[in-house]
Unconditional design. Structure first.
Length: 261
């Protein structure tokens, strides 16, 4: 079975109802891909720099607050086949430069590759502010173009790219977005997972799983015929052993045989 890891901010956590409830898209994705387990960590309110700074921590508290293991802690504890990374929404709000954001995202991907996983680079989703505020919308487009370019520069088969805006475009009337215009609704996160599955299925299945099916716990018991063959072979060898052994050795062999009967 393949094991995936979805990592990001509140949009990966499935934050809705002002943080009173969560509906992550990872379980929906797992069900649709089949024969796949997906762990997720969604650090609500975190920028890419905060994700990096806490990546080796055993417990990271986000702004909700919820506590998660650090990014690299997860990579160390599990053999992931594919890591999905979606972050940057909070970087835009903090006016982080595109170059810094891409460097941080690249570092997150490189940590996944160092742990033996392939990765999927996901763009920053739309939002009400990114649609209606010119500078924010432009910053998002610039960042997403840079994410696309970075993913395209990586070795074939190592990184896949997904444009999240095509999955659940922002709409005030679709029922897929919360009133805050930043987070998806439960229905939105479910639609996100459903739309994502066919886009990444081929990439996820392209390589054999890192953790193969477990072998049998031990050797199979011998059949009655096999046991009889072993016993016959032992009986054939025993007289020769007795003939060449010293008296003391012979007695010990005879005693040993008697104790086995």
């Amino acid at each position: 079975m393949r094991r995936l890891f979805a990592f990001g901010d509140s949009l990966t956590a499935g934050y809705h109802h002002m943080g009173a409830a969560f509906a992550p898209w990872a379980p929906v994705l797992s069900k649709l891909l089949g024969d796949v387990t997906i762990d997720h960590v969604g650090l609500s309110g975190f920028t890419s720099a905060q994700m990096l700074n806490s990546m080796d921590d055993s417990a990271v508290e986000d702004v909700v607050p919820r506590v998660w293991p650090g990014y690299r802690q997860n990579l160390r504890e599990h053999e992931y086949d594919v890591v999905l990374i979606m972050c940057g929404t909070n970087d835009l709000a903090d006016k982080i430069r595109t170059r810094e954001l891409i460097e941080n995202i690249a570092t997150l991907h490189e940590a996944a590759h160092a742990a033996g996983a392939r990765s999927i680079a996901m763009t920053i989703p739309e939002s009400k502010a990114a649609v209606h505020v010119d500078w924010l919308g432009q910053a998002r487009l610039e960042a997403n173009d840079a994410i696309r370019a970075w993913a395209g520069s990586r070795p074939a088969g190592q990184v896949s790219f997904v444009d999240t805006a095509a999955l659940v475009p922002f709409s005030e009337t679709s029922g897929r977005w919360e009133p805050d215009g930043l987070h998806m609704s439960r229905a939105g996160y479910e639609a996100f997972g459903r739309a994502l599955a066919p886009l990444i299925a081929a990439f996820v299945m392209a390589a054999p799983p890192r953790t193969p099916a477990a072998p049998p716990a031990g050797p199979s018991p011998l059949s009655v015929d096999e046991m009889a063959a072993v016993e016959d072979a032992f009986k054939a060898v025993l007289p020769r052993r007795l003939a060449t052994a010293s008296d003391g050795d012979a007695r010990r062999l005879e005693q040993g045989c008697a104790s086995q009967r």
